[in-house]
Ligand binder design. Structure first.
Ligand SMILES: NC(=O)c1ccc[n+]([C@@H]2O[C@H](COP(=O)([O-])OP(=O)(O)OC[C@H]3O[C@@H](n4cnc5c(N)ncnc54)[C@H](O)[C@@H]3O)[C@@H](O)[C@H]2O)c1
Length: 254
């Protein structure tokens, strides 16, 4: 098998949470281009279906399944539908996430709990449900969406709950990787820097501050994450588990 063949995902099923827009959508399209049948998940059927339509119009294969990642009942029924319709689950890009700005001393308990519920507990719920399937299959690749915010503190926006949630995702990734490695289920985390998504665009007034601190001098296009997700999803990374890969234009160097 040539090295390029190792990146191919033909015959594989990939679930991408939070893929109605942003990094999830872009990477879902990338995984479909590499040959995977993609399950597009987000909170709404309408939003998920739009990504499915883009994938299908380019000749790819995809289905939409709405579910709230922080609700174990909805996640378990999503997994049942995947197995019923597609027979197996080979890749999970556990991407869904939220962020809300407030200084630590003013952050309400409700805001804290909501961020932890979606970003950390939701990521755990989906990874656990996918892990159960993959452990039985004796193969699978899980990519958890962390952030460079797991290692540094963002400036100037104050997001204490977001930092805590993403650091938790990295620790959880290493733990699952160690537990599931004997069953050939790989679990890795990716930690992007600033990408131009709808989430990041809501803070466009502070982009100059961000860009000043990025050695590469620019934010990333969403497409710049596709190759990393494909690498970790595919057999090209067959000996990698428990890693956190940072893709941040050098932000965490300074
Ligand atoms: N944009 C960045 O610069 C950046 C940097 C580092 C990490 N991240 C992380 O990447 C991920 C995607 O970020 P984005 O910028 O594309 O965000 P976005 O807001 O553009 O998209 C988020 C997606 O998650 C979905 N979602 C939100 N809550 C959900 C829930 N409870 N259940 C199911 N789906 C849900 C939304 O419907 C949407 O599809 C997040 O986890 C974010 O923390 C983003």
């Amino acid at each position: 098998m040539s090295v390029l063949d190792k990146f191919k995902l033909d015959g594989k099923v990939a679930l991408v949470t939070g893929s109605s827009r942003g990094l999830g959508k872009t990477c879902a399209i990338g995984l479909a281009e590499a040959g995977a049948t993609v399950v597009v998940n987000s909170l709404s059927l309408e939003g998920s279906q739009k990504t499915v339509d883009i994938i299908k119009s380019a000749g790819g294969k995809a289905i939409a399944i709405p579910a709230d990642v922080s609700d174990p009942i909805q996640v378990n029924s999503m997994m049942e539908v995947i197995i019923e319709k597609l027979g197996h689950l080979d890749i999970l890009f556990n991407n869904a996430g939220i962020a809300a700005v407030a200084p630590a001393e003013e952050k309400t308990l409700e805001e804290w709990q909501k961020t932890i519920e979606v970003n950390l507990t939701g990521t755990f719920i989906v990874a656990q449900a996918a892990g159960k399937i993959m452990l039985k299959q004796k193969k699978g690749s899980i990519i958890n969406m962390a952030s460079m915010s797991a290692s540094i503190i963002n400036v100037p926006q104050k997001v204490v709950d977001y930092h805590a949630s993403k650091a938790g995702v990295v620790a959880m990734t290493k733990c699952m990787a160690a537990e599931w490695a004997p069953s050939n289920v790989r679990v890795n985390a990716i930690s992007p820097g600033y990408h131009m998504t709808e989430m990041a665009m809501q803070w466009s007034d502070v982009h100059p501050t961000w860009i000043e601190r990025i050695p590469m001098g620019r934010m990333a296009d969403m497409e710049e994450l596709q190759g990393l997700v494909l690498f970790l999803a595919s057999d090209a990374s067959s000996y990698m588990t428990g890693s956190e890969i940072i893709s941040d234009g050098g932000y965490t160097l300074w």
